[in-house]
Design a protein around this ligand. Structure first.
Ligand code: 2P0
Length: 325
């Protein structure tokens, strides 16, 4: 028996951030989140279940995965084996078209592609909502990478009602992001550990949950109105409110580095000159600038005074998952 399938999933950047789990095992978040899927950055994953394998084999860009990743991915495959009622091992071949250093969450596209390829290879014909729930078990942000365009992850309270829904799959207005790659040093605090520490210790955490939830209908409305300035303002607020929870944790920590503040300053100066651009940061120092394609050349010129051309990656809204057998 050798059953194979290949899936492609694109990464996404949250405009309203996911930050903190009410159920760490099932990855049920405390707050809903809203993201934009990107076109340029994606993961291709092929999964083959075979009677000839004696263990799961996992290859990233053709090199064997490290031990921790092996365990995590095998446990994820167990969820699919349980549903498919078989115990075959799998070979997983993943090619990441997400620059490793770009701070563009390859776990989002990675687990979305793995969920789609592995479930298809196992003979399960899952609809996109069920795929979104499955991807969630691998990584929270992967929940949203099943869909293209603007996507909402409705937090829910349990495994069945915590999933993403598409908000605007085809984006027919001018919005894109410039990812500024500041450095490729390994994060001192992984996002999973960072958010757990914040939930457990930050006195501001309850306020985070409340404000993030209150921002969801506002962001939804801003997207429906195709209002880049409102989308940008709300995204900036969400990012800074999320990062404030790290400073207020015990022990306190931050993902910012000096260049993060430098990039923020350039964005603020451009805005003073009348250019619509806004910043957002995730669990790392890199900054993503939300802007129009029309104004991107001017923004790239301004950023080019501080950053090299290869540090500046432009991405448009991208598509949802595709699967082939
Ligand atoms: C997000 N981040 O909404 C937020 C904003 C980072 C900051 O989702 O523990 O890799 O696997 O669920 O999804 C990054 O965390 O965490 C993330 P797990 P994940 O995009």
């Amino acid at each position: 028996m050798g059953q194979s399938a290949t899936a492609r999933a694109h990464t996404n950047i949250a405009l309203i951030k996911y930050w903190g789990k009410q159920n760490p095992e099932l990855i049920i978040p405390y707050n809903s989140s809203l993201s934009m899927t990107l076109d340029h950055f994606y993961t291709d994953t092929t999964v083959t279940f075979s009677t000839e394998l004696t263990a799961d084999q996992i290859l990233f860009n053709q090199a064997p995965a490290d031990a921790a990743t092996n365990i995590k991915m095998s446990q994820f495959l167990d969820l699919i084996r349980q549903q498919a009622h078989f115990d075959l091992h799998a070979r997983i071949e993943t090619i990441n078209h997400v620059p490793n250093a770009a701070g563009l969450a390859s776990s989002a596209s990675g687990y979305a592609a793995l969920a789609a390829a592995a479930s298809k290879a196992a003979g399960l014909d899952l609809d996109r909502r069920t795929l979104s729930r499955l991807a969630r078990r691998g990584s929270g942000s992967a929940t949203r990478s099943i869909y293209g365009g603007f996507v909402e992850w409705q937090r829910g309270t349990n495994d069945t009602d915590s999933f993403a829904v598409p908000l605007q799959e085809t984006v027919d207005w001018d919005i894109q992001m410039i990812a500024i790659v500041l450095n490729d040093r390994e994060k001192a605090v992984a996002s999973r550990a960072g958010m757990a520490n914040v939930v457990a210790t930050s006195p501001y955490y309850p306020s985070w949950v409340q404000t993030a939830e209150a921002a969801m209908p506002k962001m939804r409305a801003a997207i429906i109105k195709k209002d880049i300035n409102l989308v940008g303002q709300l995204a900036e607020q969400s990012a800074m409110q999320m990062h404030a929870t790290t400073l207020s944790a015990t022990p306190p920590f931050t993902y910012f580095e000096p260049e993060t503040l430098q990039a923020i300053q350039v964005v603020q100066q451009l805005r003073q000159q009348g250019i619509s651009c806004y910043y957002t940061m995730d669990a790392g120092p890199n900054v993503k600038v939300i802007c129009t394609s029309q104004e991107t050349p001017q923004i790239l010129t301004a950023l080019g005074r501080y950053f090299k051309p290869e540090q500046l990656l432009v991405a448009k809204p991208g598509p949802g998952i595709t699967v082939q057998q």
